[in-house]
Design a binder for this molecule. Structure first.
Ligand code: HSE
Length: 349
């Protein structure tokens, strides 16, 4: 039996409970959720008696070997993660804000204390992308990582096109479905996507990159129904896409709405699905596709990390490259198309 604690019992934390309850194989079916840290109480939940507001109790309990941080935010969530790592507990998270801001420090703390800090669920919901980048692609030079990395905006763009919904109407449903951030501005303005591409690009370039360093971030707030209809006349859809690619000694990184032609796999990405394309110098293009947001898909990624932490399959990873080496550039290259209403969009191919 492995004891774990879940910090934050919201959409993702609740999903982790669901996935663990239905686990059929070891070691996940031997996991005991000993504590749930939340300010709310859940009297009708089967684990209602495990809910606590006392993090120190979790920290002091040597039988807890994995702490699952699904709280969100980058304040308390960071402090608790660092304290847990220093206490020799593995930490698994879906929290991209903490990974973006403190990943370097937390990975170093994990290594120092002989445990792991894992965050597969922080990018692409249920899509396995961080473990493949950290493992399978290590023998190749990654030339480009590009992705539709935000379920909420993809859901909105899909429904603005297919049912003629307004951005606000589609956002409301995305919020009801548990896709959106607590403050959906992070989704709409491209900040959530930026955090995710910063995490992926950092792994690909073997350095730590914060989304605040990305030179160009544009969200979907200015995409109109007219733009979508005019794009459709050209055989295109509009999708919020993040691109990180090597161009000489520069890394071109940006987040922006793009026109996507029907020759691209990204043309078919609808609803809250995400897709990530990784191009290696030897392997060529590899595309990952799956549910990018929502309770169970994200929880499935968290539980994969719990399994890897328990079984010792994950190694503590600290990126090696020095902070120099790549100039981050949002302007280089790229093809643009002008719509009939005069609005110019980047073209994704
Ligand atoms: N708000 C995020 C999204 C949640 O819509 O993709 C998953 O990271």
């Amino acid at each position: 039996m492995t004891n774990i604690a879940i910090l934050g019992f919201g959409v993702v934390g609740g999903g982790v409970y669901e996935v663990i309850s239905r686990a059929s194989k070891s070691p996940l079916n031997e996991v005991n959720i000993k504590y749930i840290l939340d300010l709310r109480s859940f009297p009708d939940h089967p684990l209602g008696d495990r809910v606590t507001t006392d993090f120190d109790k979790i920290l002091a309990d040597e039988s807890v070997s994995v702490v699952v941080e699904t709280m969100g935010g980058d304040g308390v969530a960071y402090k608790f993660s660092l304290a847990a790592l220093k206490a020799g507990k593995n930490v698994v998270t879906s929290n991209k804000a903490v990974v973006d801001k403190y990943g370097k420090e937390l990975e170093a703390a994990a290594k120092e204390n002989g445990v792991v800090y894992l965050y597969e669920a922080s990018v692409g919901g249920g899509i396995p992308i961080i473990a493949p980048l950290n493992n399978c692609f290590m023998g190749d030079d990654i030339l480009r990582v590009a992705g539709i990395l935000n379920g909420t905006t993809n859901y909105i763009l899909t429904h603005m096109q297919s049912d003629g919904k307004s951005l606000e109407e589609a956002l409301k449903t995305a919020q009801e479905l548990g896709y959106a951030e607590a403050d959906p501005h992070a989704d709409l303005a491209g900040l959530d996507t930026a955090r995710k591409i910063a995490i992926l690009a950092g792994i690909a370039l073997d350095k730590y990159i914060s989304y605040t360093e990305i030179p160009y971030i544009e969200g979907i707030e200015n995409v109109t129904s007219e733009d979508i209809a005019l794009a459709e006349q050209l055989g295109c859809v509009i999708r919020l896409i993040a691109v990180a690619e090597r161009v000489g000694d520069k890394a071109r990184i940006l987040v922006a709405p793009h026109l996507v032609g029907n020759g691209s796999l990204f043309h078919a990405i609808r609803e809250a699905f995400n897709a990530v394309s990784v191009t290696g110098s030897a392997v060529g293009e590899v595309v990952f596709y799956g549910q990018g947001a929502g309770s169970l898909p994200t929880a499935a990624a968290v539980c994969g990390d719990i399994e890897r932490a328990i079984s010792g399959k994950a190694r503590a990873h600290v990126r090696q490259a020095c902070d120099e080496g790549f100039i981050l550039d949002g302007s280089t290259g790229g093809k643009f198309i002008t719509l009939a209403n005069g609005k110019k969009y980047r073209y994704f191919e």
